[in-house]
Design a binder for this molecule. Structure first.
Ligand code: GRG
Length: 285
């Protein structure tokens, strides 16, 4: 299966859905409208929405059923990047080769644009026009809220801001703390994207269980791969401050293998999901 072709076909569809969703808001102040769109278009790799669509297919459903979640996870992801770049967080001026939102606009507008995108994500999922039934949508909303909230992104971000390696605590303790940060800051959203996408397509309890574990493993392996790509950057909570490059690479590969084993019993329609996981962990960009 050609994962590049799969992504090239799906990404414009995801983009069109996000575009349509943001167009719902008419008459917004121009600064808010522009700031909300600034990091959404052009976007990044759109990995999380791609995972949602592939997860729906992996349980025999139609990708389109998971589209509201695909849009929602990308909006949550974008909000987290906008807030992560703020002066009070990572204080980054550039992202994806362009000025960050608070630089292109101003700090207050960036905070509010992030808030608006986060809130919009839940409005998309709550929209009764969606194909999936209310029970599945409520499940997806709950999992997304967990991933975004205090036990997920926000809690992981707090621990990341306070992470200090070396000195007092043992390497093992640091490793455990780091794994916990990655689990909440990165893997939780992958898990919600995948298990929620499958649920919208009618996944049963056992499938949700396997896909949730798959999403967690892939999310952590993706974060390690990201740290390896950024090996030259001094990130507070990078695995490379604890493990060597080779050990980290082996760790990511091991997690990928475990993840793939978890969905061993899934049929051929899970192939895009498997290939996306391989891409996310082995990518060079
Ligand atoms: C709630 C303020 C706040 C932050 C939450 C998720 C997060 C914490 C911050 C985002 C920044 C960050 C370094 C997250 C780790 C996950 C990660 C590697 C994000 C980049 O994801 P990609 O590569 O991004 O999918 P693109 O650019 O492709 O969309």
């Amino acid at each position: 299966m050609d994962v590049d072709a799969y992504m090239a076909e799906r990404i414009p569809r995801i983009d069109a859905e996000i575009e349509a969703r943001l167009a719902v808001h008419v008459g917004l102040p121009e600064s808010l409208r522009g700031a909300m769109r600034h990091l959404v278009f052009p976007g990044g790799k759109r990995l999380r929405p791609l995972f949602s669509l592939a997860a729906a297919e992996s349980v025999g459903g139609r990708a389109e059923t998971a589209m509201p979640l695909a849009v929602a996870v990308e909006l949550v992801h974008t909000y987290s990047l906008i807030h992560d770049d703020l002066p009070c967080m990572d204080d980054d001026d550039m992202r994806r080769g362009r000025p960050t939102v608070h630089v292109a606009y101003d700090e207050a507008t960036a905070v509010l644009a992030g808030d608006a995108l986060l809130t919009e994500a839940f409005a998309v999922l709550a929209d009764p026009a969606a194909v999936a039934g209310a029970d599945a949508r409520i499940f997806a909303i709950g999992r997304l809220a967990e991933a975004a909230g205090a036990s997920g992104l926000v809690g992981g971000q707090i621990d990341d801001l306070h992470f200090e390696s070396g000195g007092g605590p043992s390497a093992k303790t640091d490793f455990e703390r780091l794994a916990s940060i990655h689990a909440r800051k990165t893997a939780a959203l992958f898990e919600a994207a995948i298990v929620g996408g499958a649920a919208l397509a009618g996944a049963n309890e056992a499938e949700r269980e396997s896909l949730g574990a798959f999403g967690r493993d892939v999310g952590i392996a993706f974060q390690i791969a990201d740290d390896l790509l950024d090996a030259d950057r001094e990130e507070a909570a990078s695995i490379l401050r604890i493990q060597g490059i080779e050990d980290a690479r082996l760790g990511a590969e091991g997690l990928l293998e475990t993840a793939l084993e978890r969905i061993d019993g899934f049929c051929e329609r899970a192939e895009p999901l498997r290939e996306l996981a391989r891409f996310a962990v082995r990518r060079r960009r």
